[in-house]
Write a protein that binds this ligand. Structure first.
Ligand code: NAD
Length: 249
């Protein structure tokens, strides 16, 4: 399948996990890629792997929570490749803790990356996506769909991503721009290292929304992102596609 031939795709969080797997999947499907991440080493490895697959790739170390950096990233990607067809927001961070012990700084840090970062990239990309009839795929989480305890900042950020995605879908849909999100369950990537329940937490309350998940790797999310970003999903707009093995069915 070469669904992304002649398409330029910008991916954030491309150094690791779901972002890396998405870059590889889209490279294999013919995409030209503009990759970014905060982690320069991991980003360079993804660039090399995608180039080995025959993709044309540009890359930039970017903190998605930093407005000027995001503005420059999107502008640079369009200048470099001449157009922008698909934006995939994957960059994200996770932290566990009791809500009543969560500092404002931690709350704002997680919202800043997961929600504000997604907003900034979407905002900057929309004019270019309107030019190409392009689309956005954001990364929410099953934490946005059911009470996911001890992740107050993360859950709020992902609920925000879900709402933001639907807003864009309706606001720009008639102009030919689609916006969708994936909601992964528990996927085996490095972010799972943050899965440390605070003292006194009842693990069952978290596992109840993951229990059936078979703990697959990030490629299962990458294939869902590839579908949503492709013309195969031409009539799919404003949806949140759960990729959780049916846990929340
Ligand atoms: N793995 C899961 O179980 C799971 C479940 C639901 C949702 N998600 C979401 O999927 C996305 C990807 O997570 P993952 O599982 O691949 O984890 P990961 O840790 O492997 O990847 C996250 C990437 O985001 C990058 N990143 C973090 N902060 C950044 C910033 N400020 N600017 C730019 N890049 C930044 C990291 O360097 C890393 O490469 C996240 O948004 C996460 O919330 C993951």
């Amino acid at each position: 399948m070469q669904r992304f031939e002649d398409k330029v795709v910008l991916i954030t969080g491309a150094a690791s996990g779901i972002g890396e797997a998405t870059a590889l999947r889209l490279a294999a499907e013919g995409a030209t890629l503009a990759l970014s991440d905060l982690n320069s080493e991991g980003l360079a490895e993804t660039v090399e792997a995608c180039t080995d697959l025959g993709a044309v790739v540009s890359s930039e170390v970017v903190n998605v929570a930093d407005e000027p950096s995001v503005v420059a990233m999107v502008k640079g990607a369009v200048e470099h490749h001449g157009r922008l067809d698909v934006v995939v927001n994957v960059a994200g961070i996770l932290q566990f803790g009791h809500t009543h012990e969560t500092s404002l700084a931690d709350f704002q840090r997680i919202i800043g990356v997961n929600l504000t970062g997604t907003f900034l990239v979407c905002r900057e990309a929309i004019p270019h996506l309107l030019d190409t009839g392009g689309n956005i795929v954001n990364t929410a989480s099953t934490a946005a769909l059911a009470g996911h305890p001890w992740t107050i900042s993360y859950s709020a950020s992902k609920g925000g991503v879900a709402a933001l995605t639907q807003t864009i879908a309706v606001e720009y849909g008639k102009q030919g721009l689609r916006a969708n999100a994936v909601a992964p369950g528990s996927i085996l990537t490095p972010i799972q290292n943050e899965f440390q329940l605070p003292e006194g937490a009842d693990a069952k309350l978290v596992h109840r929304i993951m229990a059936l998940d078979e703990q697959r790797g990030p490629e299962v999310v990458a294939s869902a992102i590839a579908f949503l970003g492709s013309e195969d999903a031409v009539h799919v707009n404003g949806t949140m596609l759960k990729v959780d093995g049916g846990t929340l069915a």
